[in-house]
Design a protein around this ligand. Structure first.
Ligand SMILES: Nc1ncnc2c1ncn2[C@@H]1O[C@H](COP(=O)(O)OP(=O)(O)OP(=O)(O)O)[C@@H](O)[C@H]1O
Length: 306
């Protein structure tokens, strides 16, 4: 649905985004992750037509950014980083102004504004001046303006930046709600954010796309750790169990000896039975999963050693 190919942006001698490509299908919720300066905002600006790429393309279905920019922008809602709001305007006046800028026909504006206010839960603040609102409410006003024209694709640049934990929680609920009928791409450097709302993660490293994977695959099982005590050679017992594909000695701890086991689902109970059957004790069976934090750190470290 939205596809970027060989997207590159230079600022003078600096290549902020280098040859980035990905395709996002309708209905996906995708997290764009990366440390400060990795190129997230630059990509988002190019995806919304706010910034011209040095080279590469952005396509929405069969529309091409640069040729069909206005038509693409009609289908995209964008919350920029530090969304510029008019502090002296009331929420409702600001949304009316944005509806006009968005060229929503006058007869549809009231309905569009009311719907945006309802979806972002801003009704009780609608008559308040923007500069009197808390950061969380101001961020919701930013989201409300992005929703006015009912876009099918929402691009949210750091939607929870600067919010307190309660406001972050509310924003995540709002994003989940919006994702029910729109494709959502959000940038963040908060890993919990991605885990809480996204199905897929793109990790940027120094301007390049380092990882593009579904969250379920990223956090795939890495087997099971078993803590075993008793005399003899538990590794030999484990290796003889049907369905076990790999046994790694992880060393001893205070409870016993730790082995990492890979294999089929049935291999684990079979291994426990086999061990107990020959007199070993099994103190713990702990599923091992790759976690996003470890992956993210290893990606960033590779960058700093590159
Ligand atoms: N207008 C500009 N002129 C020159 N350099 C820029 C400009 N905008 C961004 N950069 C540089 O491009 C690189 C990528 O910046 P970008 O804002 O896209 O990163 P980011 O991943 O969004 O970072 P953050 O998490 O800090 O928002 C950085 O080195 C930044 O300093």
């Amino acid at each position: 649905m939205i596809e970027v190919e060989h997207l590159t942006r230079q600022y003078g001698a600096l290549t902020a985004v280098r040859e980035v490509g990905f395709r996002i299908e309708r209905g996906e919720v995708v997290g764009l992750l990366g440390p400060n300066g990795a190129g997230k905002t630059t990509i988002m600006k190019m995806m919304t037509g706010a910034l011209e790429p040095t080279s590469g393309t952005v396509r929405l279905d069969d529309l091409v950014m640069g040729q069909d920019t206005a038509a693409i922008q009609q289908r995209i809602g964008y919350l920029p980083e530090n969304c510029p709001l008019w502090p002296e305007m009331t929420v409702i006046d600001y949304l009316a102004y944005m509806a006009e800028l968005r060229r929503i026909p006058p007869e549809q504006r009231d309905r569009a504004i009311a719907k945006s206010i309802r979806r972002t839960d801003l009704a009780e603040k609608a008559g308040d001046r923007i500069d009197t609102l808390s950061r969380g409410y101001q961020q919701r006003v930013g989201v409300a303006q992005a929703l006015l024209h009912e876009p099918e694709l929402l691009i949210l640049d750091e939607p929870t930046n600067g919010l307190d934990p309660a406001q972050i929680h509310q924003m995540r609920d709002l994003i989940r709600d919006l994702a029910q009928d729109a494709t959502v791409i959000l940038s963040t450097h908060v890993l919990q954010e991605v885990q809480a709302v996204c199905e897929r993660v793109l990790i940027m490293r120094s301007g390049s796309l380092a990882v593009d994977e579904k969250l379920v695959d990223l956090t795939a099982s890495e087997g099971v750790d078993m803590v075993i005590s008793g005399s003899g050679n538990p590794a030999a017992v484990l290796e003889s169990v049907s369905g076990v594909t790999e046994v790694i000695d992880r060393g001893a701890d205070h409870q016993g000896h730790r082995y990492r086991l890979s294999g089929t689902d049935k291999a684990v109970p079979a291994a426990v039975n086999a061990l107990v059957g020959v007199g070993f004790s099994v103190h713990a069976v702990e599923p091992r999963r790759r976690d996003l934090e470890t992956l993210f750190e290893s990606v960033i470290q590779e960058a700093s050693h590159a």
